[in-house]
Design a binder for this molecule. Sequence first.
Ligand SMILES: *Cc1c(COP(=O)(O)O)cnc(C)c1O
Length: 354
Amino acid sequence: EKEIIKKVSTAVGYGKSYGGTLPTGGSMSNFMSLIMARDKKEPSIKDKGMMNQKFVAYTSENSHYSLAKNSSFSGIGRKNIRYIMSNKKGEMDVLSFEKQLKKDINNGFVPFYLNATAGTTVLCAFDPIEKLSKICQRHNIWLHVDGAFGGAVIFSKKHRNLLKGISKTDSFCFNAHKTLGTPLSTSVLVVNNKEYLYNSFSNEATYLYQTHNEEYNLGQTSFECGRRNNALKLWAMWKAIGTKGLAKIIDHEFELADFARKYVTKNKDYKLYNFDNSLSICFNYKDFDAEDICLKMYEANKLMVGFGKFKKQTFIRLVTINAENTKSDISAFFSILEKFVADNKHKLKKQKHI
Ligand SMILES: *Cc1c(COP(=O)(O)O)cnc(C)c1O
């Protein structure tokens, strides 16, 4: 675990004070970052609870739903999250964030946390971390990057520019069980300054922690008391295939996505909804209802693919995060879909036009 945290922190570009832990997943990583941000802003909350502090947290309208639950668990409150508008690519709009921030400060609120996403769940969009980090530093706001989906691009020379500015964040997480294909769950959370991890998560427990060497008391920086050795899965994989091997997985997944995206853009029967640099391909086929196609193909045991929504549009969402797949698997996906639609066109609902 210590080795994994060290290597990931180095890849991120955090300095000597780095730290981290392996939480149960992305939702928990996000939760822990929110707690650290809260305690950094107002240390007394740990003992006294929230005392009418007017704390507000920020995230994009496309961020993962765990932030809403986490805000409730942490005493911040679901209504104190500001969902910032995104541009048409699904990336957080920096100007809208700044505007909202100014408005909140003028109204006496205390901004303390921004949750940016590296690979939003539906479109796989990457928020502009570098620009956001400058604003956060200016206003003493904790910047966490939720890379549960796309954060593993950190290992790819070709794609890590999607995380530009990542070294200037306070915390970062990614799920190796998504894009890298380790077994569930392998989630890594790293922090720029481990002091905050200890500050929020260490507790005296004289019946445990008897070895006195803080460096090896990993229970002092984790949420759970007993937990599994989740780091081993990533450690073994990394040891076996090296950083180059991890990069190859990521690069291959992007190649599959490009292949699928090209197929969709070259064929007039398809309409594409998202852009380059994404591991999900969102599209509609002919004028059929995406939700209905997905459901009926699933019930007919033909194909399992999900649908997604963005700014009132619904579409089929093909996610290319299985590195075992080849281009011919992607081609097979489209032929099965096309044949299914041809065979069932009278039973399928038509798309609702907005
Ligand atoms: C999947 C996902 C999560 C949740 O991760 P779990 O490990 O399932 O808790 C959080 N954020 C994003 C962006 C995700 O895609």
